[in-house]
Design a protein around this ligand. Structure first.
Ligand code: MN
Length: 264
C-alpha cells in the first residue's frame, strides 16, 4: 500500500467515525452547516401594546451628558465632545412596571451607584446619520439605569485602563418596557428623577442633556454603523450616589411608567 493510499483510507475511516457519531446525535435540521453547537439566549425587551419583543443587539451609553453630572465627575462639560462606551447586550435586566423587582448587588464593589437614564431603541440602522434625520431611526423609548461599580470605574480611570469592570457587568442595565414612538412621540424635555427608599436623589429635566438623542445618534453613527436592535442610554443627571442591599430604587421619566428595583 502506498503512503498516499494508506492516508486516504485512514481519512475515510475517520470520516466514517465522525458520521457514526453525528448519527447518534440529535437530528439536524436542513441547512445544518449553519447550526451552532449550542444555543444562546437573545436578550429582548417587551414592547408596550405589542405581543412582539424588541431584540437587543448592542447597548451604547453616552458619558457625562448633563453638565452638572460632568462637573461632579470632575470634568469640564463645555470642552468635551460626546463619548460613548458599551455594555454587553445580556447586561439587560428587564424590569416590569408596577412591581418591585430584585436586583443583585454585584461582586467586587463597595460603592455601587445608580444612574437614571432615558433609553432610545433603534429599529433602523445607518452610518453618518444627520441630526435632522436621526429620530427617524428611533423605534421607541424606555426608562433605564446605568448601574455602575463606581469604585472600580474610578480605579480604572486613575490607571488609564478601560472601564469595563465598572460599567459592563452582568445585570448592569436594568430597563423598563419600550414605548413605541408611534404611540408616545419623541423625548426632548420632561422630568427625570430617581428615588431611593422614597427620597429623591436625582432630579433634572431631559432638556438639560448636553447632546440630544438626535445628536447622540448622529455622533454614534460616525463611529459605528448603527443596526436595528441597538439601544442608547442617553446619560444621567447629577447627584449619582450609592445603594446598599435592601434599598429600593425607583426611576421615572415623564410620560413613562416608573420602574422599581430592590437591591438584594
Ligand atoms: Mn451613565
Amino acid at each position: 500500500m502506498t503512503e498516499i493510499n494508506r492516508r486516504g483510507m485512514l481519512q475515510a475511516a475517520g470520516l466514517m467515525t465522525l458520521g457514526a457519531v453525528t448519527g447518534c446525535a440529535a437530528p439536524r435540521s436542513a441547512g445544518g452547516k449553519d447550526q451552532t453547537v449550542f444555543s444562546i439566549a437573545q436578550p429582548t425587551i417587551p414592547i408596550v401594546g405589542s405581543a412582539e419583543r424588541f431584540p437587543v443587539r448592542r447597548i451604547y451609553c453616552i458619558g457625562r451628558n448633563y453638565a452638572a453630572h460632568a462637573r461632579e465627575m470632575g470634568s469640564d462639560p463645555t470642552r468635551e465632545p460626546p463619548f460613548f462606551f458599551q455594555k454587553p447586550s445580556d447586561a439587560i435586566q428587564y424590569v416590569a412596571p408596577g412591581q418591585v423587582s430584585d436586583h443583585p448587588y454585584p461582586t467586587l464593589t463597595k460603592n455601587y451607584h445608580y444612574e437614571i437614564e432615558l433609553v432610545a431603541a433603534i429599529s433602523k440602522g445607518g452610518k453618518n446619520i444627520s441630526v435632522e434625520n436621526a429620530l427617524q431611526h428611533v423605534f421607541g423609548y424606555a426608562v433605564g439605569l446605568d448601574m455602575t461599580r463606581r469604585d472600580l470605574q474610578a480605579a480604572m480611570k486613575k490607571e488609564e485602563k478601560p472601564w469595563e469592570i465598572g460599567k459592563s457587568f452582568d445585570k448592569s442595565a436594568p430597563i423598563g418596557p419600550i414605548h413605541p414612538v408611534a404611540s408616545i412621540g419623541n423625548f426632548t424635555e420632561g422630568k427625570i428623577w430617581l428615588k431611593v427608599n422614597g427620597q429623591v436623589k436625582q432630579s433634572s429635566d431631559l432638556k438639560n442633556m448636553i447632546w440630544s438623542v438626535a445628536e447622540q445618534i448622529s455622533n454614534l453613527s460616525k463611529a459605528f454603523e448603527l443596526q436595528p436592535g441597538d439601544i442608547i442610554y442617553s446619560g444621567t443627571p447629577e447627584n449619582v450616589g450609592p445603594v446598599v442591599r435592601g434599598d429600593v430604587m425607583e426611576g421615572y421619566i415623564d410620560r413613562l411608567p416608573s420602574i422599581s428595583l430592590k437591591v438584594v
